[in-house]
Write a protein that binds this ligand. Sequence first.
Ligand code: AMP
Length: 372
Amino acid sequence: MSLPPGSTIGIIGGGQLGRMSAMAAARLGYRCHIFTPEVASPASQVAAQTTVADYTDHEALKTFAASVDVITFEFENIPAASLQLLTSLKPVHPSAEVLAISQDRLDEKNFLNSIGAPTAPFAAIETEADLSAAIATLGLPGVLKTTRLGYDGKGQAMLRTPEDAAAAFNALAPKPLVLEGFIDFACEISVIIARGADGSITSFDPVENRHKHHILDLTLAPAPLPLATLAEATRLGRLIAEKLNLIGLLAVEMFVTASGTLLVNEIAPRPHNSGHWTIDACPASQFEMHIRAVAGLPLPPASRHADAVMKNLIGPDDMADWPAILATPGLIAHHYGKTEARPGRKMGHINRLFPKGSLPGEFGIMDALKHK
Ligand code: AMP
């Protein structure tokens, strides 16, 4: 059953992903009601209604649920009890089960391996003794991570020698942790899949992601890799979405090794930073696909009419260039409406399009992103 125009979509989370989802929803005739602890959030600036309350405020969640027709997320770390409450009141997409898996790195990796999706070798770490044993088995270097609430490189530490172990173990919280073997990857890619309640599925072309200080810096669409590698990434993404019984959008981040092997690093059942290029390069963006999937609308093919490069605008340094970016023909500018440009904060992004099949090489990309 599809939601008629004029219906209200509830979005948990008020960040830029919610903002761009609400803008896509508005174009399809829907209203959005944002639930966020943040006052004047990026999403609430473009939505019909906002509830500002804590994710644990059950009274506020009940009132919110009563005012919407369907509930979705731009942020997946909402407490399980709150999720259970929402699920008892209204349709929630993606489901609580999907969110539970993606909230916990260990559950995520166990799930991925159980369906035949390869990951880095890993071990669960509850105690320092577990860590010593895991180092003996997996070897070093390794990456020690919290299982919950990590993002943009937060909640993780690189272990190069056994002497690094104790300090990293003590610094990382909450426990348990997970130790992953360090993957000497050739590049990082991601693929974004949309899946509807009727099992219809579509996937955007895999993209290459480059990070700076653990934060996404550039996305190249499509990833400049052999077709067989791209096809395998798409196969894995679709397999994961199907095995999760997903209704909504799923981003799957993967490492590509020098020999072309793919290892899944992380999944996120929501719009993703590496899909921002789709706003300008595709007839239906990742945000429109997200809204269509949760509203029960048909999913068009996730096709692309152009190649694209996306660059994140991070913190005050990048935002100092905002006037020059606006003055440069060909740069498509997106601002998230955040007033304070703190270092490391995602403030906006720019997209640049190229005719299909003509994504420039290494130097061309830097040239293409230059502004006056
Ligand atoms: P994550 O928070 O898991 O997405 O990790 C953030 C970034 O750290 C990734 O995008 C990689 O660049 C790097 N990283 C994470 N895990 C590993 C690993 N097992 N081996 C090598 N690099 C990693």
